[in-house]
Write a protein of this length. Sequence first.
Length: 220
Amino acid sequence: MHVEGLLFDAYGTLFDVHSVVEAGRAVTDDPEALSVLWRQKQLEYTWLRSLMGRYEDFWAVTEAALVFTGRRLGIPLDPAAKARLMEAYLGLDTFPEVMELLARLEGLPCAILSNGAPRMLEAVVAHAGIGRHLRAVISVDAVRTYKPAPAVYALGPARLGIPAARLGFVSSNAWDVAGAKAFGFPVAWVNRAGAPREELGVTPDLEVPDLAALAPALGR
């Protein structure tokens, strides 16, 4: 990949969505199951709302997914418990290699392009202390639909002023990788789980096991 800038997915790529497990310990003996189902429903609701043309921002989607998860797993979630779990999304941990990666990419325009609502992204970027490394933090809220809609990916070139063909896209989510590649980005897949590629007729340009391997692969 020879690129003039990079767009990063946020959730699952820079930020570990399953760091909410720690908050989940207060409400269930199986916080891992809560985290997995919560994330699954969160994504499903973004796709369903996009298809239905009934956009709500990612905070509302995340809360709805949490309510469903609590009912499905039989976990009582009073208002205080729900608020604590939702708050965890504003302070997600970054993956351990994120800070070193962003430092190595110094001088290359980098931005986040995410499903997250603006205030969610602002909070989690500030919590992680990575804002100084980013030219922009771009939310789907600007077009009121979710990835993998082409209108979302188009926000990146428009904001950074770099054509899609020269703007790399980085994600750990295989469905997001497929959407970004179909749009026209050179794409790097951070395949932490060693998962098979999606059968959607597109192939990432680069596959790495974690973000630590990304900078060397880009010659940085």
